[in-house]
Design a binder for this molecule. Structure first.
Ligand code: PEP
Ligand code: MG
Length: 325
């Protein structure tokens, strides 16, 4: 079976009814790009840039950050690379910042909330990204956006840093797409509004599900509520994807759900464009998608969206599709 999968390495990802999607990878460091290429990844869907910061004894310099981003872009040779701006704070603790302990770190001072406040850190980070942009196909994505105001502020700071660099004579790509994570319910519900102001969405189901179900993703006692196939979640995902498409914007998913064999037919039916996952999952997902028809998946999705419980959804998907584990 492994040998069969390897044949899919340099093939496009295409369904039985000839619908094409992209399978891209989640990474945390430039070293992981080798795995992405070895597993036939068509790009990077999520580069968790904060990993240069976690555990560091001092903040990484602009040059250190630039080298890391440039390395990823060069290794990917023009394939898309989505870099998420710093998702630090909260559960991703950063000892050098000396932030007070929080009662609810997942709901706290983290990601875009922290970087809009500590703009010195944010601006250096963005400069490093902008300088790296001429080495490949960079897309920049903001995490944990809850309001349009946050998105507009982040975009404004990005434009300011870009203008400064250009004035200094630096080379900056002028085709950088700017997107946002959809991982907070308020942004998901207002997706039609957000879609007018970004080039793409990437749905972060790891956080989105915990916030929708009010169930801490790290707490075993409530893990039964962590339900990716709950019709409430599925309706929301469907709404987000349709809202983006209506504005002509593409949608990826970079949470764990994107590689889940039960979720995949449903996400295909919704029209998800990019599935982002750990490199080791790419080939088996490509194989599964080749057995599916988008038209058929859309019909099953229709039924699923009018169901009431997670169990009904799982049963129907398992009855209608051959799910390999
Ligand atoms: C997510 O929330 O789904 C996500 C991809 O981000 P992280 O897991 O890094 O919070
Ligand atoms: Mg997240």
């Amino acid at each position: 079976h492994k040998v069969m999968l390897r044949r899919l390495i340099d093939k496009p990802t295409i369904t039985r009814d000839k619908h094409v999607v992209k399978l891209v990878a989640n990474i945390s460091s430039p070293d992981e790009v080798r795995d992405v290429i070895a597993n036939g990844g068509e790009g990077i869907g999520l580069y968790r840039s904060e990993f240069l910061f976690l555990g560091a004894e001092k903040l990484p310099t602009e040059e250190e950050q630039f080298m890391a981003y440039k390395s990823v872009l060069q290794q990917m040779r023009g394939k898309p690379v989505v870099v998420r701006t710093l998702d630090i704070g909260g559960d991703k603790e950063l000892s050098i910042l000396n932030l007070p302990k929080e009662l609810n770190p997942f709901l706290g001072f983290r990601a875009i909330r922290l970087t809009l406040d500590k703009q010195d850190i944010f601006r250096v980070h963005l400069r490093a990204l902008l300088r790296a942009s001429s080495y490949g196909n960079l897309k920049i994505m903001f995490p944990m956006i809850a309001t349009l105001n946050e998105l507009r502020q982040a975009k404004q700071i990005l434009i300011e840093e870009k203008n400064k660099l250009v004035e200094e004579g630096g080379e900056v790509s002028d085709t950088i797409e700017v997107g946002m994570m959809i991982e907070i319910p308020s942004a998901a519900i207002l997706a039609d509004q957000f879609a007018k102001e970004v080039d793409f969405f990437s749905i972060g189901t790891n956080d989105l599900i915990q916030f929708m179900m009010a169930a801490d993703r790290m707490n075993d006692k409530v893990s039964y509520l962590y339900q990716p196939y709950n019709p409430a979640i599925l309706r929301l995902l469907d709404m987000v994807i349709k809202a983006a498409h209506k504005e002509g914007k593409w949608v990826g998913m970079c949470g764990e759900m994107a590689k889940d064999p039960i979720a995949i037919p449903l996400l295909l039916g919704m029209g998800l464009d990019d599935f982002s996952m750990s490199p080791s999952s790419i080939l088996s997902v490509r194989e599964q998608l080749a057995t599916l028809s988008k038209a058929e998946a859309a019909k099953i999705l229709d039924k699923v969206l009018s169901m009431a419980t997670t169990d009904e959804v799982i049963k129907l998907v398992k009855d209608r599709f051959r799910i390999l584990d």
